[in-house]
Ligand binder design. Structure first.
Ligand SMILES: [Zn+2]
Length: 135
């Protein structure tokens, strides 16, 4: 088994706010991130695939194909967007890194063999990241 990771960056804004909570509860839970006007991040996404090297090709996944999938599925949907407003799923779900990572996984598994998709790692800042390895 060998692992291939592609890293991509996107800039997006969001609001951490659950409409089921009062303003005060939202402020208590999410702090400044509950500001209803939103705030932005330069996100870094790392997607890791694992597979067996095809002896004829010398790789298991063409990195250009992975680049295209990430550009179409993730960058096209999130870059320079307000995630909480412009991505329908996040009108119903709080746009935390945790929820965004799971949402990314679910999009990718439609395009990439589940057995090959190993990890989604999402950095909201250089100090914090979340990882998701599937259900
Ligand atoms: Zn934030």
């Amino acid at each position: 088994m060998i692992y291939l990771t592609r890293r991509v960056e996107f800039s997006a804004s969001h609001v951490l706010r659950n409409p089921g909570f009062s303003d005060e509860e939202n402020r208590k839970i999410y702090g400044e991130c509950a500001n209803p006007h939103g705030h932005g991040h330069n996100y870094v996404l790392e997607v890791t695939l694992g597979g067996e090297i095809d002896p004829k090709k010398g790789f298991f996944m063409n990195v250009v194909e992975l680049k295209h999938i990430l550009d179409e599925e993730i960058i096209g949907r999130l870059d320079h967007r307000n995630i909480s407003v412009e991505v329908p799923y996040f009108r119903e779900h709080v746009a935390t890194s945790e929820n965004i990572a799971v949402w990314i996984w679910r999009l990718l598994v439609e395009r990439i063999d589940r057995r090959m998709l190993y990890r989604v790692r999402l950095f909201e800042s250089s100090n914090n990241y979340v990882e998701y390895f599937g259900e």
